[in-house]
Design a protein around this ligand. Sequence first.
Ligand SMILES: Cc1cc2nc3c(=O)[nH]c(=O)nc-3n(C[C@H](O)[C@H](O)[C@H](O)COP(=O)(O)OP(=O)(O)OC[C@H]3O[C@@H](n4cnc5c(N)ncnc54)[C@H](O)[C@@H]3O)c2cc1C
Length: 476
Amino acid sequence: MSNPYQVVVAGAGPGGTLLARDLARAGVKVAVYEAGFEAESGHNWSDAVEKSALAAAGFALPAIGPDGYEGPLVKKDERDDNLFEPHVMNRLQIWAPDLSGKTRTDVDFRYITTDRIVLNRMLRQQAVAAGAHIFYNHRADGLVGITDAPLGGIRISGLRVTDRHHEQTSEVPAAVTVDATGYRALLRTGLTAATTINRPFTKGDLAAVYRTVRQLDVSKAADDNLTDHYRYGAYRGYFWTHRHHADVIDVGGGVKEAPDRVNPRDIVNDMIRQRPSITATELRGGGGTVLVGRSPYTLAASGFLSVGDAAGQVIPTTGCGVGGAMVGAMLAARTIIEALEHGTTGIDGLWAYNRLWFGGPGRGNHFAALAALKEILQDLSHTELAFLMRRDILSGDMLTPSINGIFEAPDLKTTLKTLMRGMSRPGLLLQLNRATTMGKKIFRHYCLYPAVWDEKTFAAWVEKADALFRRIVPAD
Ligand SMILES: Cc1cc2nc3c(=O)[nH]c(=O)nc-3n(C[C@H](O)[C@H](O)[C@H](O)COP(=O)(O)OP(=O)(O)OC[C@H]3O[C@@H](n4cnc5c(N)ncnc54)[C@H](O)[C@@H]3O)c2cc1C
């Protein structure tokens, strides 16, 4: 069989296409197989995407003018072909879930609202311009080379792909195969449990999200509360309004998946009913499943990597995964390019990706700690969360880093302040303390992520990580 590609990628979302772009720019022969059609790619709305990830990927961020962002990439109109919405979110308010209070308005919100159809298209175009091949309507069905061996013993040698139009299945050999299929992680989860890499995301790792972008009746807007805000912790999730343009608003929210969860659409409809200036005219919108879980303990095996949602590279406290997918893709590209140069695409050569993600610039250590924090605090009731916010215990200072995907343990001064202000609810303080203590322990453990592949060292690291996470969610 001929071998035209060194790397094959399954999935043409932001993770898969940015990876293909960076590999192709370095002269690597790469193909992306995407199950859907090109026209279906992206969301029909704008998402909050981390500015640092966009900048690192080479997107010029717009300057801030008196009326918001301005520049050639900024939208004049909700549905034009530009990348960024003009509104600046740094006057974001954080509201208590029961609406009884709010915190700071000067939140350092490190995101820019980005059109997902335009972003996906730009990344695809950049990948193709660099020389990557993208095959649409081609479904990745599984990895070639799966055996029952543990992590150190398997060697993935390519991808099984079905051309959906002709219903033809073939095997595409490659030195490295990448799973970028989104939260279903179709390829990674096909590996055996003996590898520890296969951990599927369960319902508890997912959230149901709904958002609608509506035309505003500006003549009524003065009477409505249309401030950009996050109602954090509401219904085991959060709800928001983002005013994209003077006459356009995005209303949305998401809640953790559970049999007894509310329908986020009902809550969003209530928010709209309470604000007469929000009209019935929907410009864009939709919904879906968002990953809010944590990564498996390794994202690499011999001849295999996972990237983006498939790798759990999502901020667990917000479900924002575009930035994580982009950072993951850039780190994966760096690792693969070096591995190909040295002819080491086995687990030894690809392990650097784990180190970069979990213990380095990838922020996997922060995301793991935030997953622990979220797991403990999401069970607090609206009244408990509102109490913590009203007393400024769960303050803007504490919430802002976690919204930005950064785990920050409170310093001594904050801890003392918390004790003073929360004295009347010792049980609640204990729970808060447990969350930050476990977050700290997990963060420290991930900072000690094994720098090189060694079966025994990794097994010992996994055992300790498992023990820490079991203290948060006991095994069934
Ligand atoms: C309603 C909603 C709102 C969101 N809001 C935000 C937000 O505001 N900010 C933010 O950062 N993130 C947000 N997200 C999350 C964000 O969309 C994801 O984290 C991000 O798209 C992950 O990128 P990815 O490349 O890993 O995966 P995806 O974008 O999911 O791309 C995976 C690709 O793989 C393809 N695929 C799947 N299976 C196969 C297969 N078998 N073979 C071949 N191809 C396959 C899919 O068709 C898809 O094109 C939101 C998600 C939803 C659903």
